[in-house]
Write a protein that binds this ligand. Structure first.
Ligand code: PHE
Length: 441
């Protein structure tokens, strides 16, 4: 159990805020043309993300076990089919896929701690920053070495169990990251083409974004809020009974969105000021931020600290990606936590090699048509499995969960409950369904 209500909020926020906000959001928004994408993303957070987050916390807290077992027992208590356990299974599978590439990108961030500290970025221009990045990801050994360091860190923390380690990390480091991001936004206001960045992010035109783009925006909403794979459900299992589910979910979603928007407000003004390509892909943050750090006073220190904080944000997320599978192994096979963590981490690490190599020796290999190994993992997990899992979670919580359990956990006023029910029963699942049909059929 988390030591207090605040700690649950912090841990869940730690799960939500991660590479998804600082690395993925800017580059996906950039790749999809900015404003219209951002608008759809915000809509998805509000009408799909928050309702599904309340459902996950609710099911986790009512079940109080690993997702697979919680779902099995809740289905039984509600007189529903045991098939609902599939939510837990799919979540564990999506977790492996996400963790596999997450470890690689977090490894990049760790490598950038060292580069920043060594002053590699001092005075660089856009071309040099790009060359440094390409040189780094082009070296399979170095990338895998950092991926390994990161995965070992994650395994060690998960092996020790939910508790003080995570709590302290989140309590001090997340606010620090937040403050540093604000400082960087101020820097971008003075040194970047700030208004151009703002316009890119917040002006939209109807018809600019195809259904593919809508699917991406929805996938990003799930990924950034850690939804659809039962990670938040797992954390919900440790949530104290007296905390408000809806209030907590809304707070977490707002915090998470704020961090993503701040990160984009740092990155795009720099992109435009330096003549970079907004749609350049996964390297976007790793090229733009060194430019900022390379030119500001004290940039060497700020850069180092920043990448340390990004690494911590990534760790507090990666442990939550791993936790559902680990919790299940421990409950089901009675293996010690330590071994469960090593096995899950090891499998994700091995799968991650495919992503590590996508940017060098396997850069020509495609799995899905036109998609590298990394792009395939990312697409299948974030744009397909998370929304699908989330839709099933909402359907179960909205239609099948025993009413008494539900009311007990939610403790909402009649008016709020009516809104909650419409969102969880109809709006969220139908929205996911429509986007799937429009993109895939
Ligand atoms: N939300 C995390 C991030 O933005 C990633 C994550 C996805 C964590 C799924 C848990 C589950 O970085």
């Amino acid at each position: 159990m988390w030591s207090s209500r605040l700690m649950f909020v912090l841990a869940a926020a730690g799960s939500a805020v991660g590479l998804g906000n600082i690395w993925r959001f800017p580059y996906i928004a950039g790749a999809n043309g900015g404003g219209s994408f951002v608008l759809v993303y915000l809509l998805c957070i509000a009408i799909i993300g928050i309702p599904i987050m309340t459902s996950e916390i609710l099911l986790g807290r009512a079940g109080r076990q690993s997702p697979i077992h919680s779902m099995r027992d809740l289905a039984r208590q509600s007189g529903a089919s045991p098939m609902w356990q599939l939510i837990g299974w799919m979540g564990a599978l999506a977790g492996f896929m996400i963790l596999s590439f997450y470890g690689v990108i977090a490894g990049w961030a760790m490598a950038y701690i060292v580069s920043s500290a060594q002053g590699t970025f001092t005075g660089v221009d856009a071309a040099q920053a790009t060359a440094i990045f390409n040189g780094f990801i082009g070296d399979p050994f170095e990338v895998v070495a950092w991926q390994t360091v990161f995965m070992v860190m994650t395994v060690v923390i998960v092996a020790r169990g939910v508790g003080e380690g995570i709590e302290t990390a989140v309590k001090y480091l997340m606010p620090a990251l937040f403050i540093l991001l604000i400082a960087l936004v101020v820097y971008a206001m003075f040194s970047g083409h700030f208004m151009e960045g703002v316009r890119f992010l917040f002006s939209f035109h109807r018809g600019e974004l195809g259904w593919d783009g809508v699917l991406m925006a929805m996938g990003q909403a799930f990924f950034t809020l850690s939804l659809g794979m039962a990670a938040i459900m797992t954390y919900g299992a440790y949530m104290p009974k007296d905390a408000s589910i809806v209030g907590t979910a809304t707070t977490i979603a707002l915090l998470d969105t704020l961090v993503a928007v701040l990160a984009a407000l740092v990155i795009f003004p720099l992109v435009f000021a330096n003549g970079l390509e907004s749609s350049s892909g996964p390297g976007l943050m790793f090229v733009t931020l060194p430019l900022a750090f390379g030119h500001m006073t004290g940039g060497q220190i700020f850069g180092t600290v920043f990448f340390i904080l990004v690494t911590f944000a990534a760790v507090t997320s990666s442990i939550s990606i791993m936790e559902p599978a680990v919790a299940w192994l421990v409950e089901r096979l009675y293996v010690p936590r330590k071994w469960a963590a090593i096995v899950v981490g090891g499998v994700a690490w091995a799968l991650g090699l495919g992503t590590a190599f996508s940017f060098n020796i396997w850069s020509d290999v495609t799995i899905l048509p036109g998609k590298s190994f990394f792009d395939t993992m990312d697409f299948v997990s974030n744009n397909v499995m998370l929304p699908l899992g989330g839709m099933l979670i909402a359907l179960f919580a909205g239609w099948f969960l025993d009413a008494k359990i539900r009311n007990d956990e939610l403790a909402l006023s009649p008016g709020m409950f009516a809104i909650w029910r419409v969102l969880v029963r109809f709006v969220a699942p139908a929205a996911v369904f429509v986007v799937f049909v429009m993109t895939f059929v």
